[in-house]
Write a protein that binds this ligand. Structure first.
Ligand code: CA
Ligand code: ZN
Length: 300
């Protein structure tokens, strides 16, 4: 039986002073129930964003205190299962998002989940691919609203934060104070109108400190690739940061000579957008694990 944290244990900013919802041992199975990013305020097409209470947007569930996690440690969070509810919502907000300059009409769309698909406007069947928008740990100081991404994680809106993958964060405070929320039943890279298929959900995870101190985080591992994730005010700065983080990982951890690392990043690396619409833009750099294996490096 996993330790369960219900979705009423929510918080709206990652910060050191958060009160833990629960304290767990490393490797203990935990189940987090999550609200959608509107905390359930949008249920039907008539629920437009001008009625929203913005103090209840982007809740995360937790935080979960991981026993023994100390500042500077690297925490690996295995995303064992990511489930979503039965109905997702999307909105357009004039002035917001990558099309905010041309979108003039507020609209809410409700997307029903039907098995492995979600239904857009009753006719377009879109494959369901649940992912976690907000995921992270408390920073060592300050307070970061859940709508903002950063070195601690937060609103990364990275489609690799999904079932079967592992997320890595650098612990900022004792116990790490891990939390997650803002699940999407599907989302495209970029998150153009500032939302995916916003939906409630459940995350089953196990977290443990791993021997990877200095890993450039946030970092994510899938069965096929590893990826660095970086957020900055502009895409240019974010791209520059994420590329240097990957080069640092390849040289410091996989012990690949810098010139080889650069050439291989140029050959088989993939620079991709996570989101271009939040207060900071987030990008990722993916690198195949099979190449790491050629250099004798494994993540675990
Ligand atoms: Ca988000
Ligand atoms: Zn979202």
């Amino acid at each position: 039986m996993a330790t369960k944290v219900t979705r009423d244990r929510l918080f709206f900013a990652f910060e050191p002073k958060l009160d833990p919802a629960v304290s767990v041992r490393q490797g203990e199975a935990v189940l987090l129930e999550t609200h959608d990013c509107f905390e359930g305020q949008i249920q039907k097409p008539q629920d437009l964003v001008d009625k929203l209470d913005w103090n209840h947007v982007n809740p995360a569930t937790g935080p979960v205190y991981i026993e023994g996690a100390k500042p500077g440690d690297v925490l690996r969070v295995d995303l064992l299962e990511v489930k979503v509810g039965q109905q997702a919502s999307m909105v357009t907000i004039p002035g917001e998002g990558a099309l905010g300059d041309v979108i003039t009409r507020m609209e809410t769309a409700i997307l029903k989940v039907e098995g492995d698909h979600i239904l857009f406007k009753d006719r377009i069947r879109i494959p369901k691919k649940p992912m976690i928008g907000v995921i992270g740990v408390a920073p060592e100081s300050g307070s970061v609203p859940n709508g903002t991404p950063g070195p601690h994680g937060g609103n990364l809106d990275c489609t690799l934060m999904c079932e079967g993958n592992s997320a890595y964060f650098t612990v900022g405070v004792e116990g790490a104070l891990f939390g997650a929320g803002d699940f999407h039943a599907a989302m495209g890279d970029g998150e153009i109108v500032v939302c995916g298929a916003e939906i409630s959900g459940e995350l089953h995870f196990k977290a443990q400190v791993v021997d990877l101190k200095g890993l450039p985080t946030p970092f994510v591992e899938t069965p096929e690739v590893v990826a660095t994730i970086y957020s900055a005010p502009t895409i240019d700065e974010a791209s520059n940061g994420v590329i240097h983080h990957m080069a640092q990982f390849l040289t410091d951890f996989a012990k690949i000579p810098l010139n080889d690392a650069g050439m291989l990043m140029s050959l088989v690396g993939q620079l991709k957008f996570c989101q271009v619409v939040d207060p900071l833009k987030t990008v990722r750099f993916e690198f195949p694990k099979w190449v790491l294996a050629e250099y004798g490096f494994k993540m675990r």
